[in-house]
Design a protein around this ligand. Structure first.
Ligand code: PLP
Length: 285
């Protein structure tokens, strides 16, 4: 017979005692991903805007080649990938952090900059991960209608503005001038988190991904992904932020958060400007 190691506490049998999640965890609604077609269906899946042209053939070749070295631990700061992204986008590689999808980065930012009693502000009809990570960090979310309302909603407790630009699911965007107006109205201790996941879909010239603001300020971070450019299954997000933000995120980031296959596949695609241009043209059509 197996005997209980600990006696019942206050008459409660050990079977009734459970680990209790942090306050607020059970108030978080589960994320609903875009619908997938029924098994065996020929439906073309457009609900999450995956690439209709697949991934870059160079990315697929790099992924296969990387599979030859599965036994080796990888370098922990995604150096090869950050170098490629830095070159392609004209930014300092030291100011880039890569994540296992941008969800990974969003969670890191929320965990590092939000806590009990803090508030984050976002547009009402926007990416549903932003409220999830805010609440998971113990903070509360304020949802408003537009830029002016975002500014009005800011209080002494506000720590982050989540700005999906272009916005998902509305497909609308804020011009560079509007984003600058928003930033100019914020206290310098509020982080403006620009989520540019859908940047490749924009064709207008008054849009900016936000890199200029990141370069010139200390309180802006910009995130991008490869999911809409043929690599949704690879899960790769990247951000550019201030040296201080990068330092903080790197302290708690999973040390090997991007596996080698994804790193090399995404690096190959990031350098395949011909494929990216073809996909963008196709999306517009
Ligand atoms: C605004 C926005 N941010 C981030 C993401 C996350 O993308 P992923 O989970 O593919 O990294 C998405 C996905 O659709 C999005 O629409």
């Amino acid at each position: 017979m197996v005997r209980a190691v600990f006696p019942p506490r206050n008459g409660i049998m050990s079977d009734d005692i459970r680990p209790i999640p942090q306050p607020g965890m059970l108030d978080i609604a589960v994320y609903l991903p875009g619908k997938s077609g029924a098994a065996g269906s020929n439906a073309v899946k457009l609900s999450a805007n995956e690439s209709p042209l697949g991934a870059s053939p160079k990315a697929i070749a790099a992924f296969r080649a990387a599979a030859e070295h599965l036994e080796i631990y990888l370098e922990s700061r995604s150096r090869v990938l950050r170098t490629a992204l830095a070159e392609m986008h004209g930014v300092d590689a030291e100011r880039i952090v890569c994540g296992d999808g941008s969800d990974d980065l969003l969670h890191l930012i929320a965990q590092c900059y939000l806590g009990e009693g803090d508030k984050a502000v976002m547009n009402r009809y926007s990416f549903s991960v932003h409220p999830i990570i805010t609440k998971a960090a113990g903070a509360s979310i304020v949802m408003v209608a537009d830029v002016d309302a975002l500014l009005v909603a800011v209080t002494g407790k506000t720590k982050i503005i989540w700005l999906a630009n272009p916005n998902n699911p509305t497909g609308t965007y804020l011009s560079d001038a509007e984003v600058r107006r928003l930033h100019a109205g914020l206290r310098p201790d509020i982080l403006l988190a620009i989520d540019s996941a859908y940047a490749e879909y924009v064709t207008t010239t008054d849009y900016s991904v936000g890199l200029d603001l990141v370069a010139k300020t200390n309180n802006v971070v910009m995130m991008r992904i490869f999911s809409k450019m043929g690599l949704a299954a690879a899960r790769l997000g990247w951000l550019v932020g201030s040296p201080e933000l990068v330092d903080v995120l790197n302290r708690i980031r999973g040390p090997l958060n991007i596996n080698l296959l994804d790193q090399l596949a995404v690096t190959a695609e990031a350098r395949d400007t011909e494929f990216i241009a073809k996909l963008k043209t196709n999306n517009v059509q």
